[in-house]
Design a protein around this ligand. Sequence first.
Ligand code: HEM
Ligand SMILES: *[C@@H]1O[C@H](CO)[C@@H](O)[C@H](O)[C@H]1NC(C)=O
Ligand SMILES: *[C@@H]1O[C@H](CO)[C@@H](O)[C@H](O)[C@H]1NC(C)=O
Ligand SMILES: *[C@@H]1O[C@H](CO)[C@@H](O)[C@H](O)[C@H]1NC(C)=O
Length: 318
Amino acid sequence: MAANLKFLIVVAAAAATVSVSDAQLSSTYYDGTCPTVFDMVKSVVRSAINREKRVGASIVRLFFHDCFVNGCDGGLLLDDNLPAFESEKNALPNKNSARGFEVIDKIKAATENVCKGVVSCADILAIATRDSVVELGGPSWQVLVGRRDARTANKQAADTDLPPFSANLTLLINMFQQKNFTARELVALSGAHSIGMARCTTFRDHLYNNTNLDPIATTDLKANCPQSGGDDNLVGLDHQSPNRFGNNYFQGLMKKRGLLNSDQVLFNAGSTDDVVRTYGDNAQMFSDEFASAMVKMGNMNPLTGSNGEIRTNCRKIN
Ligand code: HEM
Ligand SMILES: *[C@@H]1O[C@H](CO)[C@@H](O)[C@H](O)[C@H]1NC(C)=O
Ligand SMILES: *[C@@H]1O[C@H](CO)[C@@H](O)[C@H](O)[C@H]1NC(C)=O
Ligand SMILES: *[C@@H]1O[C@H](CO)[C@@H](O)[C@H](O)[C@H]1NC(C)=O
């Protein structure tokens, strides 16, 4: 009797924990209503990346910037809707920077065509992110779905909750901890910078004012990013292979070739040096831990049940 009661309490506590962290996402959510959704997303992502490799990286970044701001609710995808709300696209970390929205629109059009009003924009972004990483040579993971779309955006939260490129290690660790990620997960997730590009304006200070840079890489970078002018000049976050997802990013950090200040602080005689070395030496471990951290990111405060809506157009509330 006492043992049974204890068992019940343990089960109830476990159920409560699961409902907080996992909401009701599942891999089979669309099986009855839109069984081809995964094929449709993959096909559009593939052709978009075939046209322009970088857009895969851009989509991965959209997912991060969506999930870190009030959860994975597609809020970032909304355009301005004044006076009700201003778009997260206008927040400092996104302005003139977040891109790839047309690919999400294209996927939305395809899913609306086949299963009208069923697949959320937030889920499309989650699936497209996994497919982008896979298409660029990275690990795969099972994408849980069942998220619904926000009916509002939060530009202010986008400005405060997304880390700045100038961040030191303490700030990065704190900002990720706020979102329930460990320092090790911060390092794993930063490995997304093995793909994609950054504008000169985001790494100029690091390039000219810091000393923790490899002088050989520095010469090249300075040619592409002068001390004044050229703000929008683009450089690969991973100089070697910005279209190939992998652990070279960490090998680059070990050679002091981090492009952003926020990259190099992960390996600068601080508490995360060992994790950078571990991932730099062990591609499989990086892949596994990156994939787990991305699943965790996808579970950040999704809207489920009757919350939110299924947007018809990812840029507008219904
Ligand atoms: C740790 C803190 C982070 C900071 C400070 C940061 C900052 C930045 C900055 C400044 C850029 C270049 C933007 C531009 O020049 O327009 C960038 C690009 C990018 N970031 Fe991050 N990031 C961080 C973490 C992450 C995470 C966790 C992910 C994904 C899991 C990610 C994915 C990307 C990708 C893929 C790009 C390239 C996008 C493109 O080429 O369009 N970043 N990031
Ligand atoms: C790190 O950055 C924060 C915020 O910019 C600042 O308050 C703090 O003093 C910095 N810490 C170190 C160790 O430089
Ligand atoms: C972090 O965990 C706390 C406690 O479980 C939870 O209340 C909060 O919503 C979580 N934050 C995010 C961003 O998931
Ligand atoms: C470098 O640091 C100085 C002094 O803090 C600052 O005035 C300057 O804008 C920084 N950036 C560059 C690119 O020199």
